[in-house]
Design a protein around this ligand. Structure first.
Ligand SMILES: [Zn+2]
Ligand SMILES: [Zn+2]
Length: 254
């Protein structure tokens, strides 16, 4: 969940409580705040604790999403290192390719970064950047692992080896990957990650966290029923939850 959206907004009860209310309405009992690291100045652990006290029926995890922002992420990494013991959960992601001034997943503008480019090379570059984010050692789960498909660009080459290599690194480091319903609301209209990646991850025993990547409390839990059906269909019966960076698997409740 991204309570700050895409600007620095100080954590207050006014900002956070609507998220707890939405969760309760949806029957979600365990939620995690994962604002982008470039807005770390807004995160306030005392306010998260206060929210926990006011909503004892919910488990509220303190988290953050660390990406590869060439301008801001070094400060983000330092902040995460400093606050590691207060955080339950760090998502790792890649939002930047060659351009430092625009996230490639901006809709629709980011699609221009794919024009007149070799899509196979873009995919290889993207997954190399994913490995770099993993290499920071500050990540518990990978967010939207195949975000590179967002605008619908598909590689001509078989990317199985590329994906396999990335998943091997994820597995070796005991990390999880995220199932994100956000893909269904983007131009690609497909779950992140794709079925073939999920199947490879299952083979390797990689656990899955779940997300709607909500940037508004109204978006919270979007398409979770569809996600639950999908998980059951593909054979995932556990969800991974992090407490102080320790992974716990809980049974999927249908
Ligand atoms: Zn965002
Ligand atoms: Zn993201």
């Amino acid at each position: 969940m991204h309570p700050q959206g895409h600007r620095v907004q100080q954590y207050t009860q006014d900002l956070l409580q609507p998220w707890a209310d939405s969760a309760r309405r949806l029957g979600l009992k365990d939620i995690a705040f994962t604002d982008h690291d470039r807005y770390h100045a807004g995160i306030d652990f005392d306010e998260i604790n206060r929210l926990r006290e006011r909503n004892p029926d919910l488990r509220i995890r303190a988290g953050i999403e660390l990406d590869n922002d060439p301008v801001h992420s070094s400060a983000g990494r330092k902040w995460i290192e400093k606050n590691w013991d207060k955080l339950d959960f760090v998502l790792g992601s890649v939002h930047f390719l060659e351009r430092a001034d625009q996230m490639f997943d901006s809709v629709p503008d980011g699609a221009t970064q794919f024009e007149h480019k070799n899509i196979d090379e873009i995919y290889a570059d993207y997954f190399r950047r994913v490995s770099e984010v993993i290499g920071t050692g500050l990540v518990d789960s990978l967010a939207h692992l195949d975000l590179i498909k967002i605008h619908g660009h598909r590689p001509a080459a078989d990317i199985r080896a590329l994906v396999n290599e990335t998943l091997e690194i994820i597995h070796a480091r005991n990390l999880a990957i995220e199932l994100s319903t956000a893909g269904w609301r983007k131009p690609v209209k497909e779950l992140y990650p794709s079925d073939s990646i999920i199947e490879l991850a299952i083979e390797k025993g990689i656990p899955f966290t779940t997300a709607s990547d909500a940037h508004s409390h109204v978006q919270l839990g979007e398409n979770f029923t569809r996600l639950t059906d999908k998980m059951a269909e593909i054979g995932i019966c556990q969800v991974c939850i992090f407490e102080k960076h320790k992974a716990v698997q809980v049974p999927l409740q249908l």
